[in-house]
Design a protein around this ligand. Structure first.
Ligand SMILES: Cc1ncc(COP(=O)(O)O)c(C=O)c1O
Length: 412
């Protein structure tokens, strides 16, 4: 059973939207994907049948509690955790990370060090820089090689010291597309007793996430990057989420996960996130050979998707490299493609990313010019922070025909 692109596309109502008769092509996926029908249905169903606040003695509240519980269970399966209490929802990855970093700051002491990377989106850099600034801690940086687009082992060795207390690292780059060997970084961090905070926002839409396999302490992702609504989530080890003190109001429940889920959450966002997980399960069931458990169906779904994304990713990369003047900042060799997501940052001699994006937009093809908050990456590549690169980010619903439309415009 292979990935059936036509059936997958039929699951996305926005793919059939036209503007003055012209189709849309969504290559802006790393900034936010289109929403799948199951997520939309779940949200609408929640808002019509169950909309209220939690823990009330009446039907809508009981339904709300049930959908929240089920979404925590689904997300535990999604990231490979066994404990739904370890799933913390919040507005988005940035907000939850700022929230958690404030609590983690209480565990740091003068002389402690924090490690961040030059490959991360700023959402996994600034929260830690702010903690370091407030407490006077030392910040060390893991660097990447601008020729190989991978972390350099020497910089990992140099950055992580016996004083390191936290290592914040990204799983897949939102600018280069590189998938990092986070397990090696995590193992290294743990060898000196440091905690690890993994930004999986760009990894989780493309590959099955497994917090146990990589052994991290925290892992964050966002459902709007994997065909769900605007909803953030962090997985954290129970022992840490229980031990750390959350910034919360006094009457709020002090148990997991509620003690970290401040205020009234977006219940419809959680319902939609459940729908997004069910979408991947559906792919696994219909196109990946299925499975007895939700986790197995998710594994099958991601495997089916990965084959398709690798194929269209290769088509995009080969097409771009054939255009005179184009440089791709990221892995391009066929044998390296399993180490990247299909997010391709490129520049073209003689034209700037904004101009290319506008020309594509005139043809209703959506791409991102600029730095997409990956300011360290753009700086390390020696590019202008504001103009950055043109980012073409593929998702599961993109096709080779769409890529050809883009290539034809970039080639003129
Ligand atoms: C790698 C990465 N990390 C973090 C974020 C921030 O996510 P959120 O918008 O959920 O705060 C993004 C958003 O683009 C991202 O690409």
């Amino acid at each position: 059973m292979a990935f059936d692109i036509d059936r997958v596309r039929a699951e996305f109502p926005s793919l059939s939207v036209t503007d003055e008769g012209q189709r849309r092509i969504y290559f802006d996926n790393p900034g936010g994907t289109q929403i799948c029908r199951r997520a939309l249905d779940r949200m609408q169903d929640y808002l019509i049948h169950a909309n209220t606040n939690t823990h009330g003695p009446f039907r809508t509240s009981a339904l709300t509690d049930a959908i929240i519980e089920e979404t925590h269970r689904a997300l535990a399966d999604f990231v490979g955790a066994s404990d739904p209490g370890e799933i913390v929802f919040g507005q988005n990855m940035t907000t939850i990370t700022l929230h958690l970093s404030r609590s983690l700051a209480h565990t740091f002491r003068p002389g402690d060090e924090i490690v961040v990377t030059r490959m991360d989106h700023d959402a996994n850099v600034s929260p830690w820089l702010l903690v370091a600034r407030d407490l006077g801690l030392t910040v060390r940086w893991i660097d990447f090689d601008p020729q190989t687009y991978r972390f350099t082992p020497e910089s990992i060795d140099a950055a992580i010291t016996p004083n390191t207390k936290l290592v914040a690292v990204n799983y897949a780059s939102n600018a280069l597309g590189t998938v990092n060997d986070v397990k090696a970084v995590i193992d290294h961090a743990h060898s000196v007793g440091a905690l690890t905070y993994v930004d999986s926002v760009q990894y989780s839409p493309h590959f099955l996430t497994d917090v146990k396999a990589i052994g991290c302490d925290f892992l964050a992702c966002s459902a709007y990057k994997y065909y769900g609504p605007h909803q953030g989530m962090v997985w954290g080890r129970r022992e840490l989420l229980e031990r750390l003190e959350p910034y919360k109001v006094r009457p709020a429940d002090n148990h997991l996960p509620t003690r970290w889920e401040t205020g009234t959450q977006s219940h419809e966002g959680m319902a939609g996130t459940l729908g997004a997980v069910e979408h991947f399960e559906w792919i696994g069931q219909e196109m990946g050979g299925g499975g007895a458990t939700r986790r197995e169906r998710l594994r099958a779904g991601f495997q089916a998707q990965a084959a398709w994304e690798k194929e269209i990713g290769r088509h995009l990369i080969e097409g771009l490299l054939a255009i005179p003047g184009v440089t791709i900042h990221g892995l391009t060799a066929p044998e390296d493609l399993q180490d990247r997501v299909p997010t391709v940052g490129m520049v073209k001699a003689g034209t700037d990313p904004e101009t290319m994006a506008r020309r594509l937009a005139d043809a209703n093809i959506f791409t991102w010019p600029g730095n997409y908050y990956a300011i360290e990456v753009i700086g390390r590549l020696g590019l202008e922070i504001d103009s950055g690169m043109l980012r073409i980010g593929l998702g599961q619903y993109n096709t080779k025909a769409e890529i050809d439309d883009l290539l034809n415009i970039l080639d003129t």
